[in-house]
Design a protein around this ligand. Structure first.
Ligand code: PMP
Length: 407
């Protein structure tokens, strides 16, 4: 037999399977498991009727372009719609800054491809989105964590981290942030902190990669739309690369995301993307375009906010009644995630116990690039029904009590 491992590139030898996918794979195998692991949208909120109508019209037109190869940059009328759509968050963008991606995950990969050489440093939040870590690690980057507080990334920590790196002759290329309801911590970066980050990035001369899948999912009891204003909206000198997606505001099965980048980057991103997939699915883009033109995405947004807010509240109430003060968290003001802290047990031990009780979550340490995070769990409330959330939290309470006792 051939040892195929010897043919793998150094990069491929180090590819890591995401902890989220690993735990996700469990869901199918354990009957009656309640999953707080998968951070996926609620399928009952998909606008089936509108999507069927639009698809029927597009296919009924027998216009070959609906199913033909498309432009690498993306379907131009979709880009024009996005220019208008993003203006609601104060963003002034131009079509030549855009590239449509196969989900914002591809945007993360593309950013890594054009900005990173092996060994380059990327600064990420502690904790951070594991899918971004995977994308940058695939470019053989070195990831360095920067602490956050309740207002988001700490500017002092950013400055001292960069100073430490400079002392070792290492220059970070960019800082990756998710200012709106971060995956996994749920933190909403404050307005002053956003402005301070922009100033610090200019002073330190690093780019900002801003990932914004959850900006529309703010909870109206706690947050106002202005608070989710992207950093990109105040970027006057092309310091920020911005990533958006239709995954959380329409459906993730259409792989449609977008990048807004300075034109020099946009050109390179286009070349990189050409070699990967030529272009993102044209039919997906045509449907998404029509949903924006008809206001489907826009009118769905308030319903989504109410839906996820209600689920968040159910989860918090259940945690309070079944776990008392044995878990602590900052109430998420938007997004899909509740970031829970607990004492006296390691995240992996709690996870094993939770699986016995038929409930899952993602271990906190999966989101830390510095080996920490073993006192945290990411609980996603986006998908299960209210009754399943209630029952899942009850099971989690039993798992925590049992694992704290056996310690
Ligand atoms: N960034 C973050 C922070 C996410 O949470 C996700 C989805 N879980 C993505 C990017 C990727 O989303 P998509 O590729 O579906 O747009």
């Amino acid at each position: 037999m051939i040892d195929h491992h010897q043919f793998l590139s150094r990069a491929a030898q180090h590819f890591q399977e995401s902890a989220i996918r690993k735990t996700g794979a469990l869901v199918g195998r354990i009957p009656d498991l309640i999953s707080f692991a998968a951070g996926v949208p609620a399928t009952e909120m998909f606008p089936y009727d509108e999507l069927r109508e639009i698809s029927d019209e597009l296919l009924g037109s027998r216009d070959g372009n609906v199913l033909q190869y498309g432009a690498t940059r993306g379907y131009r009328p979709l880009i024009d719609q996005l220019v208008e759509y993003l203006a609601q968050w104060g963003m002034t963008t131009r079509p030549d800054e855009f590239i449509i991606t196969s989900g914002s995950q591809q945007g993360l990969d593309l950013a890594g491809r054009i900005l990173l050489d092996p060994g380059d440093v990327v600064l990420v939040e502690l904790p951070t989105y594991s899918g971004a870590v995977a994308a940058f690690q695939n470019q053989q980057a070195t990831l360095v964590g920067v602490a956050q507080d309740a207002e988001g990334l700490s500017i002092e920590a950013l400055e001292s981290t960069v100073a430490d790196l400079r002392a070792k002759h290492q220059r970070p290329r960019f800082v990756y942030v998710t200012p709106n309801f971060q995956n996994p911590s749920g933190i909403l970066m404050s307005g002053p902190r956003r402005r301070a980050l922009l100033e610090a990035a200019a002073r330190l001369d690093v780019m900002i990669l801003e990932d914004d899948p959850y900006g529309s999912i703010y909870f109206t009891d706690a947050t106002r739309a202005e608070e989710t204003r992207p950093i990109k909206a105040d970027d006057r000198d092309g310091r920020v690369i911005y990533l958006g997606t239709i995954s959380k505001t329409l459906v993730p099965g259409f792989r449609v995301g977008w990048m807004v980048a300075p034109p020099v980057f946009a050109e390179r991103l286009e070349l990189a993307k050409q070699a990967i997939d030529l272009h993102s699915g044209i039919f997906d883009q045509r449907v998404v375009h029509a949903t924006l033109v008809r206001g489907v995405v826009q009118s769905l947004a308030p319903t989504l906010r109410a839906h996820y807010q209600a689920k968040r509240t159910v989860m918090e109430q259940a945690l309070r009644s079944h776990l008392g003060d044995r878990m602590q968290w900052l109430s998420p003001r938007g997004g899909f995630f509740l970031w829970a802290k607990f004492d006296g047990v390691d995240d992996r031990a709690l996870f094993d116990r939770a699986i016995e009780e038929k409930v899952s979550f993602v271990i906190g340490s999966a989101f830390f690039v510095n080996g920490e995070g073993h006192q945290y769990a990411r609980l996603s409330f986006s998908q299960p029904t209210h009754a399943r959330i209630e029952e899942g939290v009850k099971r989690l309470g039993r798992a925590l009590a049992a694992s704290q006792q056996t310690k």
